[in-house]
Every structure is written in structure tokens, then in C-alpha cells.
Design a protein around this ligand. Sequence first.
Ligand SMILES: [Zn+2]
Length: 168
Amino acid sequence: MFSTFKPKKEIKSCSTQSEGDNCCTPQPKGKVECPSCHQKAKGVLGKTFEALVTEESKSQFSCFDGFYYCKTPTCKTVYFRDETILTQEDMQVVVGLKEGATPATVCYCFEWTKEKIKAQIEATGATTALEDIQAKMENPGCSCEILNPSGGCCLGDVTKAIKAIARD
Ligand SMILES: [Zn+2]
């Protein structure tokens, strides 16, 4: 069957810089299993990868598209694409959702960390993290695509973090 044969094509050029003119898929569709922890991972945009990975690591790649982000706290893998695995060492920022990360940043746009949320809860019995983030999303607006390793909105992660801290 011809249809099942998929040759591995090397992508020659890539346009992670210019939006709307992508030679290859800008964001991988669907979810792919992390080769390390076997949990499903979501794709990230080439510009997310470009903004957050170290220059040294980036120099290995001609194209930044097609990477997936593993959010499993116990898994060392941050980004992966086929056989390629990147970890915290390849990152310009601390991946706050990974176990043992300090600071444990949950909102990269407005700098909310688990430490800050915990301190606020201990001091006042509650946290204004969600209200603060939601207000600032309106104005001045967020830049999750180039600040958050997940490339997406942090509200789900922040909500989870607050619940986990409140449980402790
Ligand atoms: Zn993983």
C-alpha cells in the first residue's frame, strides 16, 4: 500500500519569524506521547520554542516548528520532537511546573509563582492571583506565546496550583 509509506522529509526552510507564511505546520496538531513519561503532550509554536530555548540549544536546529511540551511534573523532558529531547538545561527560563523547580512560576506574564501564592494564602487566607491575572489579561494583555513554556494561557495551571497549595 502506497498510502502507508511516509518518507521522512527534511524541512528545508522555515518561517518561524514571519507569521501567516509558514512552509511547515506552525503548531503541531493533536497530542503526542512524551517519549520519556508516555503522557500526552501538546504542541508549541515555533516562536514559543525560539523565545524560550537557549541560543546554544537552538543552534542545533534549522527549524523550530513541530516541538511538543511535556507538562508532567516528574518528567525531565520539557520539549521533544521525534527523537530529540530538551530538558531544563536547554531552557532560558525555569519551567515552574516541573518537580523541584525554583521559582515555581505558574504565570510567566505577570510573575505569579507557587511561592508567592503560598505566602499570600498564609498571610491573608486567600490569593488574588486569578483576579490579578484576569485583570491584567485585559490590560495590558498577556504574551503567553513567548513567555510561558507551554505557549498557552496559564489560568488552568494557576487554578490547579492554588488548589494544591490550599490542600497542603
Ligand atoms: Zn514527559
